[in-house]
Design a protein around this ligand. Structure first.
Ligand code: DON
Length: 600
């Protein structure tokens, strides 16, 4: 299988090896905003890869258990919990709090996310898959026109830079709910490493500093932020120690008092006070009303595997399954990674599925999500048949395919324990370092997740997503997300844990990691390292990472009507593969060099 993959990459048979980042003949967008995505939302610091490097990429192996996260110290926290006898949920809770300290752009207690869980068959219970929703909620006072001025124009920055952009954070409720139901260790035990890292500090490496530097200018604007995230007014450098005593205090309160401290106590009060002082609308009642419900994941079959992923309020699972359903009968394996045919059908499937995503999906507490119809065999066949094999379909000709609507900065981590239980978590504060605000002395960044709503139908958000009424702002509603922490099963047993940050690109990133393993025979490190491609219906052009397109493939696709925009890098899939004999392989995405896959 591996040889076959190398052959398809042109690595054997005497083919010339070129630095694929240099072979595309197109300029690379320096910032993601050039591609319709806000520059504050994505980490684009990773250099391009080469096909030579890709062919050599190898995952980390372990016999019993594995943790992969975007920051090496958080990975070690998780591995220690597993070695002490904790299960995958225990490790996921400890990692969730540790990342809030050592990966402050994205790990958080000021945001929210999703957990997808696989409980392996045991003497006590059959195999089970579960979904935990700890997505932020809009404050009760939010209205559909919150981000518009009196003339109905969307006000630049209101949903991203102000307290109006902040939804009620869900992370603490989510981690506590997971621990309460499936954990075996105390909150105190699981939070101790995070509190220690915050209080004693940790040494910054290049990967940490790269991300801090992306928003160092903004930190200077807020004295209470600058005090923590600038070093006497200057950006932190490699080798410096980052200490966060205020965050240590906040985490200690949670460790002692649990969710009460966050949703009914001192922390809620501090956030509401700061919000009111800066024109926000959060109330103590909003915090008191917050819940993190359990639900059923979205599942679908693909080439003999079962994909288990997120239902609404995430669009991830539904959209991934819709794309996979369109592609299912096509011979991707024969066409190969990055070929003209694979790329054409992948772009066209993504274009159609994103049009449906943006039209029909929203918080299930507010709108009906027609998932059964979107994933029905008839509908998938109809979408597949609408793809012209020789020509790109302009996005202007694609609309939500069920007719009018009926009725009306992020990080991924993955854990597998020695029982075969698996946890996939993506959580976020939306932009890198959220809205850039810290309430008083709480020490943690607040999210700007409200930007994921439709500020006005037809007006793109920070990820360039053009969405409709199903996702309009409403009090108490959860904004539609693209986060897609996912699992792939084979014969009911865990095969793969995957997911990524990257806003709208999360969906294609997660999906393509699956295709890279299932269809293209890559190992899991190659699968997450491989250059990516992304189409989201609007804007009508396809983002590619350098190295995805060879010159000849690009020319042929352009002749078919495709247009491309090369962006340096996006996403960070922290993935695990489990072989039938129980051996585990972990892969930290090369795009987050501070990250680590480790096991025992
Ligand atoms: O939930 C979503 O879809 C977005 N708020 C995720 C943001 C994100 O991935 C930013 N990370 N790079």
């Amino acid at each position: 299988m591996f040889k076959g993959f190398l052959r398809r990459l042109g690595m054997i048979g005497g083919a010339t090896i070129v630095a694929i980042g240099l072979s595309t003949g197109v300029s690379i967008a320096a910032t993601p905003s050039d591609s319709g995505i806000s520059a504050s939302a994505l980490d684009v610091t990773a250099p391009p890869t080469t096909r030579q490097a890709l062919a050599k990429a190898q995952p980390v192996s372990a016999q019993h258990a594995m943790v992969v996260t975007a920051q090496h110290l958080a990975t070690k926290v998780g591995v220690n919990v597993l070695k002490q006898g904790g299960n995958a949920v225990d490790a996921a809770v400890a990692v969730g709090y540790a990342l809030a300290v050592v990966h402050p752009c994205c790990g958080n207690i000021g945001g929210g996310g999703f957990m997808v869980l696989h409980l392996a068959k045991s003497a006590d219970h059959p195999e089970r898959n579960l979904f935990l929703d700890f997505r932020e909620k809009a404050p009760e006072k939010a209205t559909p026109t919150l981000f518009q001025d009196a003339d109905g124009n969307v006000v630049d920055g209101r949903s991203t830079k102000t307290y109006l952009g902040t939804g009620v954070p869900g992370t603490v409720m989510g981690l506590e709910e997971a621990r309460r139901r499936f954990g075996t260790m105390s909150r105190k035990q699981l939070m101790a490493p995070a509190i220690r890292l915050a209080r004693q500090g940790f040494t910054l490496e290049q990967g940490d500093v790269n991300i801090l530097h992306e928003r160092s200018d903004d930190f200077a604007d807020q004295p209470n932020v600058a005090k923590i995230f600038l070093n006497h007014g200057k950006p932190y450098q490699v080798g410096d120690t980052l200490k966060q005593p205020q965050l240590a205090h906040t985490l200690s309160l949670i460790s002692k008092q649990g969710t009460k401290a966050f949703y009914h106590g001192a922390i809620a009060k501090a956030v509401v006070k700061a919000s009111k002082a800066h024109g926000g609308i959060l109330t103590l009642q909003d915090f008191a009303d917050y819940t993190a419900p359990w639900g059923q994941p979205v599942t679908c079959g693909y080439h003999g595997y079962t994909v288990v992923s997120t239902p609404p309020p995430s669009s991830g699972g539904t959209t991934i399954c819709e794309i996979l359903g369109i592609l299912d009968p096509l011979p991707l394996q024969q066409w190969g990674y990055g070929s003209v045919k694979t790329s054409h059908y992948l772009i066209e499937a993504e274009r159609r599925a994103f049009a449906d995503r943006n039209t029909y999906l929203g918080d299930p507490a507010f709108v009906h999500n027609p998932i059964d119809k979107l994933l029905s065999a008839d509908h998938l066949a109809q979408l597949r048949d609408s793809i012209n094999p020789d020509e790109a379909t302009p996005s202007s000709q694609i609309h939500g395919s069920l007719g009018p609507r009926e009725g009306q900065h992020t990080t991924q981590y993955s854990v597998v324990d020695d029982q075969g239980n698996a946890v996939s978590v993506t959580y976020t504060i939306n932009y890198l370092f959220g809205n850039g605000h810290i309430a008083g002395n709480t020490g943690f960044f607040l999210n700007n997740e409200m930007d994921d709503f439709t500020a006005k139908p037809g007006v793109p958000n920070a990820f360039g997503l053009v969405q409709g009424k199903a996702n309009q702002v409403e009090g108490g509603k959860r904004p539609l997300s693209s986060m897609s922490p996912s699992l792939v099963l084979k014969n009911g047993n865990l095969f793969m844990v995957t997911g990524s940050p990257g806003g709208s690109t999360i969906i294609s990133t997660t999906l393509e990691s699956m295709l890279n393993v299932i269809d293209f025979g890559m190992n899991v490190q190659q699968a997450v390292n491989a250059p990516r491609i992304h189409n989201q219906w609007l804007p009508d052009r396809t983002k590619v990472e350098p190295g995805y397109l060879t010159d000849s493939v690009k020319q042929k696709l352009e002749a078919m009507g495709h247009s491309f925009h090369v962006v340096r890098s996006w996403g960070a899939d922290e993935a695990i593969l489990r072989h039938a004999d129980g051996t585990l392989e972990g892969a930290n995405d090369r795009r987050r060099p501070a990250g680590l896959a480790a096991g025992y």
